[in-house]
Write a protein that binds this ligand. Structure first.
Ligand SMILES: [Zn+2]
Length: 205
């Protein structure tokens, strides 16, 4: 967008606050790209933009905790480009793994939903809510370690025969996204890939 127009409209960098685009040129330079290795088990098709420990954390925090929702547009456009370059197939539907109802209430939005909508818009692919997250009470019969390994439980709908792209803000161990991935395949998805704004490297935290 025109920088002068941004200043007139009061647009500021989500990271440093400088007047201008959603993320200014200097801050963009500080965002290290995510590494593609090691591959995460259960997520063969993973596209990630930024290294969480080298700038990605600040970008995600601006969206999640400071309500800088313009970050979704910035990240969505880049996710769309990365997906078009890195995936061997084109998605027919973009979706997201919903956060818990409590978190959505606290923040007033679900960052994964915003990111999915921005990515779908940029790709020119419809965005649909295909995943339903089930509450913690569904897992109380399981041991704590098992719950952590399995992640939250999802069921999927409207996935039959679709090539789905699941968009999220951060991927760490991938437990949440592996769960989402499995639910989509169980509901008849033809392909499933995951696209994430940031990826945590190193040991899971
Ligand atoms: Zn900046």
């Amino acid at each position: 967008m025109n920088a002068v127009l941004d200043v007139v409209l009061g647009s500021r960098c989500a990271l440093c606050g400088a007047p201008g685009p959603e993320v200014c040129g200097r801050c963009l330079m500080s965002l290290a790209p995510a590494r593609s290795e090691p591959r995460l088990e259960g997520l063969p098709d993973l596209v990630a933009l930024f290294d969480y420990d080298n700038g990605g954390r600040e970008l995600v925090a601006a969206l999640k905790y400071r309500g800088r929702t313009t970050v979704a547009g910035f990240a969505g456009a880049r996710l769309a480009t990365a997906v078009a370059q890195q995936l061997a197939w084109r998605p027919t539907v973009v979706t997201w793994a919903p956060t818990t109802a409590d978190r959505r209430r606290q923040r007033g939005f679900d960052q994964a939903d915003l990111l999915a909508r921005a990515t779908g818009r940029a790709l020119g692919v419809p965005v649909r809510r295909c995943l339903v997250r089930h509450g913690r009470h569904h897992q109380t019969g399981r041991a704590r370690a098992e719950r952590q390994a399995l992640g939250p439980r999802f069921t999927a709908r409207a996935a039959w025969g679709q090539r789905l792209l699941v968009v999220d803000d951060v991927v760490t161990t991938g437990a949440t996204l592996v769960s989402a991935h499995r639910a989509l395949f169980a509901a008849g998805a033809a392909e499933v890939a995951v696209a994430s704004v940031a990826r945590v490297e190193g040991p899971p935290r």
